[in-house]
Every structure is written in structure tokens, then in C-alpha cells.
Design a protein around this ligand. Structure first.
Ligand SMILES: Nc1ncnc2c1ncn2[C@@H]1O[C@H](COP(=O)(O)OP(=O)(O)OP(=O)(O)O)[C@@H](O)[C@H]1O
Length: 252
């Protein structure tokens, strides 16, 4: 199906002996926001990191099952991990700009990908900053260090940096949890706008944020996917008692 971007079949992940993800199967729709929720330690971040094969970097990790992006199993031994990561951008909880200028933070990725032309790089910098809703704030100080920006600005800069290399999918691991309420609402608005062009998967501890920003919500508990559905349904009429207990604040 064209509107399914990611298809997960029986995906399990072990950290050594510990099974952190248990036979996860789900479909993540294209051009929508999917929120991953659940109590601390339930495997949300681990699952998110499976989508761009970031767990490969941990030696004790073993993964079974399939994770198909546009029909291609990214765990197939013939798949080029570098290409996968180009298509799948990631934004972390703590913003992590390079200790370089604002301009260089954005131009870095495109340059690595072979774009050398200054006019083209200028265009990418402007477009990416505009898409991340931070162009007007930064356009007159592109040469300044990114480290001098506020936390909220740094996080939007990091989103712009992710957009600059034209990904299809954006993974966000609690992107607003370190930010004040105004910066948080800017990030949430941005997530909403970006889904026109990108498939977004967001891990959040914040129930209101999941309810506000996402189209679909997946509830994880102790390494299992308990329930996934339209966000509105999950928050008003969940099928499973564990989901209801969690969203009503009875545990977690
Ligand atoms: N690198 C690692 N090595 C070993 N175990 C790990 C590693 N990373 C995570 N785990 C374990 O896997 C389980 C799932 O962790 P994960 O970070 O995915 O949960 P989470 O739902 O994202 O939690 P939180 O909301 O607290 O970030 C936890 O029991 C955790 O201790």
C-alpha cells in the first residue's frame, strides 16, 4: 500500500540476554505523525532507533523480524545503511548543534553529500531554516555560532539541519522535553506543518503533546506494542485496559 511508509513484522530486539522489544508488528502511515508513548523503559526509544538502524552501533544488540521502509527490509544484508540514514533523519532530546556557525550547521550535510555550489547551498540553508520556522529569527546572524542560540532555537536549528539533507522520514526522540512551554509549542506547530512533506515518528512522555501533535498513537508496555490506533481513539476509547490505565495517569 502506498500510504504505508513503514511496515514492521514480528520485530524483536535483544540487548544481550534481555529482550527489550517483543514481536512488534505495526504499520506506520506516510505523511502522518505517529506518536510512541508508554512508561519509562518500555522500549519506545529502542524501537525508534530500529527505524534508522542506530542500534547497530551497540555490539550486544540482536534483532529479529523485519522492518520494511517502502517495501524494502532495512535489515536485509544487502541494504546500504548509509543510504537508509540519508532518508531517515533524527532529532534528539537534547539539541546537539555542531560548534560551528548557524550557516555551517545546515550546509554541512548537503556538502558531505557532494553539493559544492555556494548559491545552491545558500538556497538549501534558507529553505531549511524557513521550513523549521526559524529563518526570520536567524537570517541576519547566519555567521554567528550556533552555540549562542537559545535551547529552543538550537532545537529548531537541528530540525533544519535534518531537513537540509532531504529525508523522507523524521524520527524525533522527545524533541521538546528539555524546552520551555513557548519553545515546546513552536516545535509542536512545526511537527504539524512538516507532516505535509515528511513521515514523522515522535517519542513523547507528554500525553497532551501526543494528543495535540499526532494522527496515530502506539502504546508500548514492557517491550510490547499493546495497542496502536488513531490518536483520538487511543485517548478516548482505547481497547486495552493497560492503555486506558496509562493515559488516565493510573500508572507510569
Ligand atoms: N544500550 C543498552 N544496553 C542495554 N539495555 C538497554 C540499552 N538501552 C536501553 N536498554 C534497556 O532496554 C529497555 C528499553 O529502553 P528504552 O530506552 O528503549 O525505553 P524508553 O521507553 O525509551 O524509556 P524512556 O522513556 O525512559 O526513555 C530498558 O529496560 C532499558 O534499560
Amino acid at each position: 500500500m502506498r500510504d504505508i511508509k513503514i511496515q514492521v513484522n514480528d520485530l524483536s530486539l535483544y540487548y544481550g540476554e534481555k529482550k527489550a522489544l517483543k514481536e512488534i508488528s505495526m504499520q506506520i502511515p506516510a505523511n502522518k505523525v505517529t506518536a510512541l508513548i508508554g512508561p519509562s523503559g518500555c522500549g519506545k526509544s529502542t524501537f525508534l532507533r530500529c527505524i534508522n538502524r542506530m542500534n547497530d552501533l551497540i555490539p550486544s544488540v540482536k534483532i529479529t523480524g523485519e522492518l520494511l521502509v517502502e517495501g524494502i527490509d532495512i535489515y536485509d544484508k544487502n541494504v546500504d545503511v548509509v543510504n537508509i540514514r540519508k532518508k531517515i533523519g533524527m532529532v534528539f532530546q537534547k539539541s546537539n548543534p555542531f560548534p560551528k556557525s548557524i550557516y555551517e550547521n545546515i550546509a554541512y550535510g548537503p556538502r558531505i553529500n557532494g553539493i559544492k555550489d555556494k548559491t545552491q547551498l545558500d538556497e538549501i540553508v534558507e529553505t531549511s531554516l524557513r521550513q523549521a520556522a526559524i529563518w526570520d529569527e536567524l537570517k541576519d546572524r547566519l555567521g554567528d555560532s550556533a552555540l549562542g542560540l537559545s535551547g529552543g532555537q538550537q532545537q529548531r536549528l537541528c530540525i533544519a539541519r535534518t531537513l537540509a539533507v532531504s529525508p523522507d522520514i523524521i524520527l524525533m526522540d522527545e524533541p521538546a522535553s528539555a524546552l520551555d512551554p513557548i519553545s515546546t509549542s513552536k516545535i509542536e506547530e512545526l511537527v504539524h506543518e512538516l507532516k505535509e512533506q515528511y513521515t514523522i515518528i515522535i517519542v513523547t512522555h507528554n500525553m497532551q503533546q501526543a494528543a495535540r501533535t499526532s494522527d496515530h498513537t502506539a502504546f508500548f508496555y514492557m517491550g510490547e506494542l499493546i495497542e496502536m490506533g488513531k490518536t483520538n481513539t487511543i485517548f478516548t476509547k482505547p481497547e486495552k485496559k493497560q492503555t486506558e490505565d496509562y493515559i488516565t495517569g493510573r500508572f507510569g
